[in-house]
Design a protein. Structure first.
Length: 306
């Protein structure tokens, strides 16, 4: 698959802070790319530099394979972008979107109705200022979808949505991705929700992209853990290292071991501990959540052997 958005060693410094530190992302055509990071990780800065709204200190931004200023200007017109929900307070959703339709030069007058229906806001008549946070987000998402953009970039679109709104949003993104082949790039600090939606992830932490990974690859990696609770963790790890060459494990607390890629050898592990007089309180295989995967990744500074 072709990279539709790419950054090469993109670095952005504010006077003191390094907001982006040599970030190289690769968003491929047709995917739903989840950009995951805590508050302050650099997600908004990445979007702003990608969209030409903030200058960067060094590196390169390429959209549709073009990094020239004129190429990027053209590309930005093919991207629906949402960052916050900033609209005229005394206008309705329809009036606000009508304003942006004209501003964006979209000739089709039915477009406002189409996108309002997509976010289930077509019947709302009241003014923007009296909207709930979730309604504001919906209008903002609708605005990004106007004009059938090839790429839709959404900065924290889930913020303020209730659980039903989050589920609706997920279905909408998946539907547009499938039916219109729209590429999505969506950021969030709530990984659980994007975990159910994105086909690929970029994990960003302290301005660095720590990993880019397909959902399927994470799924395979997170399937293979054996969780062991045992009376003497130190002895258990010594036994494991003696018996199994290049075993990978982490220790949770003082009594739980998480052993990677050994789900087919649980009998041997149990026998090893019992024969060496260890009390085995638990031996289980489990799939870890993408959230746990991410937390482990961050804890290890970006190298995950899960
Ligand atoms: N205009 C600015 N001037 C100085 N520092 C800034 C500015 N904008 C962002 N930063 C800093 O850059 C870093 C990245 O911020 P950014 O807003 O991109 O993070 P984020 O991942 O989008 O988080 P959030 O979800 O909280 O917005 C932070 O340390 C932030 O304080």
């Amino acid at each position: 698959m072709e990279n539709i958005i790419e950054t090469v060693d993109l670095t952005k410094r504010y006077s003191k802070a390094v907001a982006l530190d040599s970030v190289s992302i690769h968003v491929r055509q047709g995917e739903i790319y989840g950009l995951i990071g805590k508050n302050g990780a650099g997600k908004s800065t990445l979007f702003k530099t990608m969209m030409g709204l903030a200058p960067y200190s060094s590196g390169e931004v390429k959209i549709f394979g073009d990094s020239s200023t004129s190429g990027l200007n053209k590309a930005h017109h093919r991207i629906g972008f949402m960052m916050g929900a900033h609209f005229f307070p005394y206008l309705s959703a329809r009036e606000n979107l009508e304003y942006f339709r004209k501003l964006k030069g979209i000739p089709d007058k039915t477009e406002v109705d189409r996108v309002l229906k997509l976010v289930e806001m077509e019947k709302v008549k009241k003014k923007f200022k009296s909207f709930s946070m979730g309604m504001k987000q919906r209008v903002s998402i609708a605005n990004a979808l106007m004009g059938y953009p090839d790429i839709v970039v959404l900065d924290e679109p889930i913020n303020g949505l209730d659980p039903q709104g989050i589920a609706d949003f997920r279905h909408l993104v998946q539907k547009l991705n499938k039916e219109n082949k729209t590429t999505f790039m969506v950021s969030s600090h709530i990984l659980g929700e994007l975990g159910m939606m994105a086909t690929r992830f970029g994990f960003i932490h302290d301005g660095r992209l720590v990993e880019e990974i397909d959902r399927e690859v994470i799924r395979n990696k997170t399937k293979e853990q054996v969780i062991v609770k045992v009376s003497d963790i130190e002895k258990a790890t010594c036994l494991l290292e003696e018996k199994f060459e290049s075993i990978e494990y982490t220790v949770n607390g003082d009594k739980e071991l998480v052993i990677m890629k050994m789900t087919d050898r649980t009998d041997e592990i149990a026998a090893l501990f019992v024969q060496n007089d260890l009390s085995l309180y638990k031996l289980d295989t489990q799939e870890i959540s993408i959230e746990d995967y991410y937390l482990q990744l961050i804890a290890k500074g970006g190298v995950n052997n899960v």
